[in-house]
Each structure stands twice: as structure tokens, then as C-alpha cells.
Design a protein around this ligand. Structure first.
Ligand code: ADP
Ligand code: MG
Length: 251
């Protein structure tokens, strides 16, 4: 097998039934290749976060498994997860402290730690917040800090759950410009969201889940040809919408 044909991450036949009997995921099966930028779209309750938690090993699947082949590509197998709730992910009192928290077990020299911290804060446009109380940062800044902390750990595979949740227009623009830079750096990226239009242009592939089942998996070039009525069936907002009249603003 050519290494190029080998997936970096394999989501193999994952099903998840919670203790109360809710079947959140059914036979989810797909492969992620190096440098993929994949959107996993689905309406509220479709199973996106359940899937993220299984990939992050926070939850065990009822059946199926996650296969991580990153080592075969000589890249860091440690996946960077950016959760929807940034507060739960930020452990330090300040951005600097939060990044140091992640680096502390890596036995790097002081100088290297300083260099990494400054680099990732700059990349995420947080250099002027280095010593700012993290709890006072805006939602967008907190999300960017979560990304900076993952980049400090040299994560090559990054998974984002609802990265646009609760962000204003400027916040969304900052996150999308960051995602674009990460893509240009050659990271492998998976975005789970219902906000298709905010990220579709960066993707090469789209997977749609509905009621815990994978119902569509195709290239972005094909997905963009879908009729408006098909998007409705997928329970997703048509991404090429144009607003021309007041009535158009009512979804
Ligand atoms: N711990 C849990 N126990 C029972 N049901 C759950 C639990 N977590 C999520 N669910 C259910 O699983 C389904 C998928 O949820 P989730 O993955 O959070 O959806 P999404 O992230 O796509 O909005 C929903 O029906 C949700 O209510
Ligand atoms: Mg969710």
C-alpha cells in the first residue's frame, strides 16, 4: 500500500448507545487523509459532539474503533481537540500560563518554551493578551487560546467542535482566517458544525450526519452542486443563500 493511500485516521464502524438507551451514533465509518480539511455537518442532536468525544477518547464507543496511523507519517499522533466550551479547556490563569500547562511535561529548555509560547500566541493573534486574565477574555479570544495551546503541543491533526458557536462577525472572521492559515500550513483538519457556510470554502470534503447516521460523504465540489431542497432534507441551511429582501432574512 502506498503511504498516500493510507488514511491518517480511520473512524471504523462507530456506534454509540448511551445508558438511557439513546442511540447517538450508528455505524459511522470514514477515513481521513493527510492534509484533508473535512466538514462534518449535521443539525443539533445529530451526533457531532458524541463523535468528537469518542475520537478524543472521552467516551468509549459501543462498537467500532478509532485507528490513528499518524506515526506512519512521522507526525505527532497527539490530536488537538478544540471543544465547543472553551472555558472547560482553559486551565491557566493567563494565556501564557495555559500554554505552559500543556508544555510542562515535555522537558523543553526554558528558551524553547518561551519561543513556542510567543509563536503560538502571535499565530492566534493573542500576543497582547499574554498576561491578561483568561477568565476575562471574550469568547473568541478563549477559542483562539484553546487553538494556541494545541499548536504549542505541535498537533498536526486538529478537530474543532462548533468553532463558530457564540461568536460575533469579527470573531467568526478571526477564526476562519486562523483555519485558513492552519490549512496553508498543511494541518489535517476536521470541523464539526451545523454552520456550513462559514467553513465550506476551506474544505475538500463534506460528511453529513443525521440522527446519528452518516448520510452523505462527498467532495466539496460535488456537495456545492446540491439543490436547495436537498439541503433542507439534510436539515442544513443552504450555504449559497443570497439576501436581497427582508423576507430572505427569515430562515
Ligand atoms: N450523555 C448522554 N446521555 C444520553 N444521551 C446523550 C448524551 N449525550 C448526548 N446524548 C444524545 O445524543 C444525541 C447526539 O447528541 P450530540 O452529539 O450532542 O449532538 P450534536 O453535537 O450534533 O448537536 C442527542 O440526541 C443527545 O441528546
Ligand atoms: Mg454538539
Amino acid at each position: 500500500m502506498n503511504i498516500k493511500d493510507k488514511p491518517i485516521l480511520k473512524i471504523e464502524n462507530i456506534s454509540k448507545t448511551f445508558q438511557n438507551g439513546t442511540q447517538a451514533l450508528q455505524n459511522i465509518d470514514f477515513e481521513i487523509f493527510k492534509n484533508d480539511f473535512i466538514l462534518i455537518a449535521g443539525s443539533n442532536g445529530s451526533g457531532k459532539t458524541a463523535l468528537m468525544n469518542i475520537i478524543a477518547n472521552l467516551e468509549k464507543p459501543s462498537t467500532g474503533k478509532i485507528i490513528n496511523n499518524a506515526k506512519d507519517f512521522n507526525i505527532n499522533p497527539h490530536i488537538g481537540f478544540i471543544f465547543q466550551d472553551a472555558d472547560s479547556q482553559i486551565l491557566g490563569e493567563t494565556p501564557e500560563e495555559d500554554i505552559l500547562f500543556g508544555l510542562k511535561n515535555l522537558n523543553y529548555k526554558k528558551e524553547k518554551i518561551k519561543e513556542i509560547t510567543n509563536n503560538v500566541l502571535k499565530f492566534c493573534e493573542l500576543e497582547n493578551k499574554k498576561h491578561f486574565p483568561a477568565r476575562l477574555m471574550s469568547g473568541g479570544e478563549k477559542r483562539r487560546l484553546a487553538i494556541a495551546s494545541m499548536l504549542a503541543l505541535d498537533c498536526e491533526i486538529l478537530i474543532f467542535d462548533e468553532p463558530f458557536a457564540n461568536l460575533d462577525w469579527k470573531g467568526v472572521k478571526l477564526v476562519t482566517s486562523l483555519l485558513k492559515k492552519l490549512k496553508e500550513e498543511g494541518k489535517t483538519i476536521l470541523i464539526l458544525t451545523h454552520e456550513v457556510e462559514k467553513v465550506l470554502a476551506l474544505t475538500n470534503r463534506v460528511i453529513v450526519i443525521k440522527n446519528g447516521r452518516l448520510i452523505l460523504d462527498d467532495s466539496t465540489n460535488e456537495i456545492i452542486k446540491l439543490e436547495k431542497s436537498k439541503w433542507k432534507e439534510l436539515e442544513l441551511h443552504y450555504p449559497l443563500t443570497e439576501y436581497k429582501t427582508l423576507d430572505d432574512l427569515i430562515w
